[in-house]
Design a protein around this ligand. Structure first.
Ligand SMILES: NC(=O)c1ccc[n+]([C@@H]2O[C@H](COP(=O)([O-])OP(=O)(O)OC[C@H]3O[C@@H](n4cnc5c(N)ncnc54)[C@H](OP(=O)(O)O)[C@@H]3O)[C@@H](O)[C@H]2O)c1
Length: 364
């Protein structure tokens, strides 16, 4: 009851603050609708996190000799994913913008008593395609095999900003950069996969994908930018990509599987600047999952033997969960996949000769 009253208060205050801004009526209505939708799916996801908390568990098997690549990870959920992977004795390649911060990670984990695993830090701005290419080249040179690719880095809401390549920032960061990175590292993932221990691609999506829609006519939201719509679009794109890629890899008969994950509603800096954190700062610390708990389903998607051969699934609290109808549409999956390949100038996804990096140079 208190929870419902809290949500209603947030919705009312938010709608008033949107209405007091100097935006067009169309934008105000769209933002208000969006706010209500987010409050609904957010509240539902919090309740699911509480109900399913007993299921949100995974084993941490020793995986000595395995290589994981993660985007982001100097803070938030990614940081806790790295901690858990180290406990499994995995070598973790961290792609981050602030490499100085990245270099300090291993020391701090060692101080926390984690003696296993190792870290390599390589510069990456996932929203900039040249940076993705340089990062992938580095990884390819150092690691002939990659066993886990965790597409974790993400941003949420914020003003309409276009990246250096001219893409809306949430679309570029959450989806496009990860699509490109996956394309560039697919040969290494294929090399790392074995019949009974497939390599895994894990796209950290969100329950926000449930309200997403792919606006092919205005993919960069130039005409009517609603931050929540652009976030939901990027998160739906990640689930569509995971599902389609998995079906293609299955057809090809290679030992790589792809998953998408909703980590839960997690108390991280992702919510900085949002209405929920500005208006009711007690809500995230009281009702949201901790970053440690948010990391568990991601690590589960990477390592659990229970998911072996079960790619193309959406994981929520370590359970296979139903993704939205849109995410399951084979037509939409294929349409977005082809659309994205065209955007990035990719001819055949993942087809890059290991010995010929000039093909990579031509890929953007
Ligand atoms: N928190 C939640 O409730 C929630 C719910 C559903 C899904 N998710 C998803 O979970 C993932 C992790 O989110 P979080 O909650 O851990 O957020 P966070 O605490 O804000 O961390 C975001 C991470 O992404 C990195 N990042 C952002 N933009 C980047 C860029 N252009 N290049 C490289 N790295 C970049 C950040 O690095 P810098 O330090 O360089 O900024 C940071 O490491 C995101 O994909 C998010 O959408 C989160």
């Amino acid at each position: 009851m208190i929870f419902l009253i809290g949500c209603s208060v947030i919705i009312v205050i938010t709608i008033i603050s949107i209405a007091r801004s100097k935006k067009s009526l169309k934008t105000i209505l769209a933002e208000a609708k969006n706010e209500i939708l987010y409050n609904f799916i957010g509240s539902r996801a919090i309740v699911q996190d509480v109900i399913m908390r007993g299921k949100n568990k995974t084993e941490l098997p020793i995986k000595c000799g395995k290589v994981a690549v993660i985007t982001g990870g100097t803070r938030g959920i990614g940081l806790e994913v790295i901690r858990m992977l180290l406990k499994c004795d995995i070598h973790v390649v961290v792609g981050c913008r602030n490499t100085q911060q990245g270099e300090m990670l291993l020391d701090s984990f060692r101080k926390d008593g984690i003696e296993k695993g190792s870290i390599d830090v390589i510069k990456l701005d996932i929203s900039v395609m040249d940076s993705v290419k340089n990062f992938a080249m580095n990884v390819r040179e150092k690691y002939p095999e990659v066993h886990y690719l965790i597409n974790n880095a993400g941003i949420m809401f914020g003003p309409h900003i276009e990246t250096r390549d001219g893409y809306e920032s949430q679309f570029a960061t959450n989806y496009l950069g990860h699509f490109f990175l996956t394309h560039l590292l697919l040969p290494q993932l294929k090399a790392g996969g074995k019949a009974k221990e497939m390599s895994r691609i894990v796209n950290v999506s969100s329950c926000a994908h449930m309200v997403g829609r792919i606006n092919f006519d205005d993919i960069n939201s130039r005409h009517n930018y609603i931050a929540g719509e652009a976030y939901a679009q990027s998160k739906l794109a990640q689930v569509l990509f995971s599902n389609y890629l998995d079906s293609q890899l299955r057809q090809e008969g290679v030992f790589v599987q792809a998953h998408s994950v909703h980590p839960g509603v997690v108390n991280t800096e992702l919510f900085n600047g949002t209405h929920v954190k500005n208006l009711t700062p007690w809500v995230p610390s009281l009702l949201f999952k901790s970053p440690e708990k948010g990391a568990i389903p991601i690590v589960h998607a990477c390592l659990s033997p229970r998911l072996e051969g079960k790619g193309g699934t959406y994981i929520h609290n370590c359970k296979i969960f139903a993704a939205s109808n849109a995410a399951m549409s084979a037509d939409l999956q294929e349409k977005l996949f082809e659309f994205t390949k065209t955007l990035l100038g990719i001819d055949k996804f993942g087809a890059i000769d290991n010995n010929n990096d000039s093909q990579m140079a031509a890929a953007v």
